[in-house]
Design a protein around this ligand. Structure first.
Ligand code: 5GP
Ligand code: ZN
Length: 113
């Protein structure tokens, strides 16, 4: 755990979050500032700053599979949803503990802004 990391504190449950799923490797919780009717973040328990630092291919896969399971549970799978990892400044990453955004419940445009 990185002691000054917001998302490590959510994993440790020292900061509250609306947790929707968790297993031995990942935790998913609702974004505090949702950009769509459903906006959930899937994070690994183990601190990793960004995709640039990711080493564990299975873990990156597990994050995506957890997002797909949640999308099904939230009734988004048929209609569609978006999964996004923002990396560093140009993509607008603001929290430096890797997280997969799961967004759904509205029509989204492409390309993203
Ligand atoms: P990024 O911009 O780094 O890709 O995404 C960070 C996300 O974390 C943002 O969507 C932001 O709303 C969310 N966020 C920031 N602080 C908190 C918090 O304390 N709790 C929750 N649930 N989400 C947060
Ligand atoms: Zn962290």
């Amino acid at each position: 755990m990185a002691t000054d990391c917001l998302f490590c504190k959510i994993v440790a449950k020292t900061i509250p979050a609306k947790i929707v799923a968790e297993n031995s490797s990942c935790v998913a919780f609702r974004d505090i500032n949702p950009q769509a009717p459903t906006h959930i973040l899937v994070i690994p328990r183990h601190h990793t700053a960004s995709l640039n630092d990711a080493k564990d291919a299975a873990l990156i896969g597990e994050m995506h599979l957890m997002a797909a399971e949640i999308a099904k549970a939230e009734g988004l799978a048929e209609r569609g949803y978006r999964t996004v990892i923002n990396t560093n400044a140009d993509a607008g990453q603001t929290v430096f503990h890797i997280h997969l955004h799961l967004l759904g419940g509205r029509r989204m445009s492409w390309p993203p802004g």
